[in-house]
Design a protein around this ligand. Structure first.
Ligand SMILES: [Cu+2]
Length: 70
């Protein structure tokens, strides 16, 4: 499942790396993160819940503003 996650709190490439890593750790593929756009686009199994994605990103110290699926 393709989705776009709007992430608050990213302000440099370190943040991009950090968010990318935690998303990959839960099985996300084709991970693209931009702190300029405050967004991450990923491909992930539909069995991974929004709740898990949210807690994963928040656990790394960032905020999930919205999740958009397409
Ligand atoms: Cu940073």
């Amino acid at each position: 499942m393709r989705m776009k996650i709007f992430v608050g709190g990213m302000n440099c490439f370190h943040c991009v790396e950090c968010v990318s890593e935690v998303l990959k750790n839960i099985g996300a593929k084709d991970v693209k993160v931009s702190f300029v756009k405050s967004a991450a686009t990923i491909n992930i199994a539909s069995s991974i819940t929004d709740k898990l994605i949210k807690s994963t990103i928040e656990g790394a110290g960032y905020e999930v503003l919205a999740i958009e699926k397409n």
